[in-house]
Structure formats: structure tokens, C-alpha cells
Design a binder for this molecule. Structure first.
Ligand code: DGL
Length: 275
């Protein structure tokens, strides 16, 4: 045992949750960075999308899912969803207390943008919940009051991605419609403030053709998870790991996406935590 947390055995798993497949972008980046870590993933597909739910509902879902991840002995909970990170991070942290570490997907991205001194006019796209919270603008400006931040809710993108509509004519049309809005006209960088969006990052980069830096959370969050686990001496010593994937409502598309990300046979189980 090391650290001061209840679940603080390095060989305990990392719990990760999102409303659906978006958090898999973060999970697979963590898996690449830390191949010895065992992951327990929960996709709350019964409540997808989170983006248009009330803050109270998001807090309620996040607490129940965190409770489940704690029961699975997770040493760390990664809120791999911007909407839940924006609306429920403090609530989850209070609830989890000293039982495990809690990481959100917003702070590592904000820190990364603040480090890159050449970025001044930052665009943010995300769900209605994330954009309404104004959390990116608040945090970025707290770090550098000279930054100009413009946020735009792009609610169609999550459903489009969950349904596998990317890299085609429809996705390119919807993406171009959102990105051409006047609010995003003069940006030098765009934060993909939704963990689903790395899946359409190539299309977004293609739209900007190198003129705008496109920043997503997957890699930076994996870096920060690694730093924190190292700092707390909670890195796993296991050689072989078997991840577990749970959903609150089974869908074939989720199973396909999970296989796509992890490129091996995966165990996907439905867990009726809301029934
Ligand atoms: N992937 C999530 C996010 O980062 C949730 C999207 C949704 O369910 O609306 O916000």
C-alpha cells in the first residue's frame, strides 16, 4: 500500500466514465501511455447525451457512477466527459473524498493552452451544458486575462459521432456549418471541449487546413493521469491487464467502437444501475 487513499493500491484499476463512447478517446490514450494500468470503463448510454441534461441530473448520474467505480476498487476516477467535468467535478470530488483520486478533462487542457504562449484567440466547441457553464473561458482568463475566448455549442456532433457518422459527406457538412459561424471567424486555436470530438479531429483539421491549432483532451489528460499516479506512487506493477467495459444500456455501436479503440476482444457488460 502507498498513498493515503482507501483504494490506494497501485494495482487497483483506474475508473473512467462518460455518457457514451467519447471517454474511450481518453481511455485509449491512457492505455497507450500506461499499458500496465487496468481500466474499468462505464458508458452511461441510458442517459446519452449528457449535453442537454440539467446540472442536477449530471451531478446525480456522476455520483452514482463514481459510487460504482469505488465499489470496483478504483484508485482513480477520470471524469472523461467535459459536460460532467464542467458541472459535477466538485460534487464528485466531495463525494469521493479520501477514497480515490479524481481527475477531470478540463484542467489539463486549460494548463496546456496557457503553456502555449502563442495562442491568443481561442475557440471552444462542446455540448450545450459545457458551453453554458462558461468554464473554459473562466479558467483560461483566470490564467491569462488577455486571452480572447469564444465558445459555441455544437449539439449535433455527439449524436452524429455515436451513430458512426464521421468521415463522410454528412459529417463534413455539419462540421463546416458550425465552424463557419461568425463567432469562430478569427480564432488561432480551437479546443475540442467534448471527449467525443477527437474522432472527428482529422475532419476539423482538414476544414482549417493548418490555419488553426486544434487541441483535444485525450493525450494531455493521459499525461496528467500518468504524472499524478507517479507522484502518488500508484503506478501499477502488473504485466498483463484485462480491462472491463460497462454500459447502462447495451448498444451494438458501443461494442463496435470499443473494439475499434482497443483492437482486441473486449468484455462489454450491461450494468442496470438505473433500474
Ligand atoms: N463526451 C461528453 C462530453 O465530453 C458527453 C457528450 C454528451 O453526452 O452530450 O461532454
Amino acid at each position: 500500500m502507498s498513498g493515503t487513499f482507501n483504494n490506494s493500491d497501485g494495482d487497483n484499476p483506474i475508473g473512467i466514465f462518460d455518457s457514451g463512447i467519447g471517454g474511450l478517446t481518453v481511455a485509449s490514450a491512457i492505455c497507450k501511455k500506461l499499458p500496465g494500468e487496468r481500466l474499468v470503463y462505464f458508458g452511461d448510454t441510458a442517459h446519452l447525451p449528457y449535453g442537454d441534461k440539467s446540472p442536477d441530473s449530471i451531478k446525480y448520474y456522476s455520483i452514482r457512477i463514481s459510487q460504482l467505480l469505488l465499489q470496483k476498487k478504483c484508485k482513480m476516477i477520470v471524469i472523461a466527459c467535459n459536460t460532467a467535468s464542467a458541472l459535477a467535478y466538485e460534487t464528485v470530488k466531495d463525494f469521493v473524498g479520501k477514497q480515490a483520486l479524481v481527475v477531470n478533462v478540463i484542467d489539463p487542457v486549460v494548463e496546456e493552452v496557457l503553456r502555449q504562449k502563442r495562442l491568443h484567440r481561442i475557440g471552444v466547441i462542446g455540448t450545450k451544458g459545457t458551453v453554458k457553464s462558461d468554464i473554459y473561458a473562466r479558467k483560461l482568463k483566470a490564467g491569462n486575462s488577455k486571452l480572447h475566448v469564444e465558445s459555441l455549442a455544437t449539439p449535433l456532433l455527439v449524436g452524429m459521432i455515436e451513430e458512426g457518422f464521421f468521415n463522410n459527406k454528412i459529417s463534413r457538412t455539419i462540421i463546416a456549418d458550425y465552424l463557419s459561424r461568425s463567432r469562430l471567424k478569427k480564432i488561432d486555436s480551437l479546443i475540442l471541449a467534448c471527449t467525443h470530438f477527437p474522432l472527428i479531429k482529422p475532419e476539423i483539421e482538414e476544414y482549417y487546413n493548418g490555419k488553426v491549432e486544434v487541441i483535444d483532451s485525450a493525450k494531455v489528460v493521459a499525461e496528467s493521469v500518468s504524472e499524478l499516479l507517479n507522484k502518488k506512487k500508484l503506478i501499477s506493477s502488473q504485466k498483463k491487464t484485462v480491462h472491463q467495459f460497462f454500459v447502462s444500456d447495451f448498444t451494438r455501436s458501443f461494442e463496435r467502437s470499443t473494439k475499434f479503440f482497443f483492437r482486441k476482444k473486449i468484455q462489454l457488460q450491461e450494468l442496470g444501475i438505473w433500474k
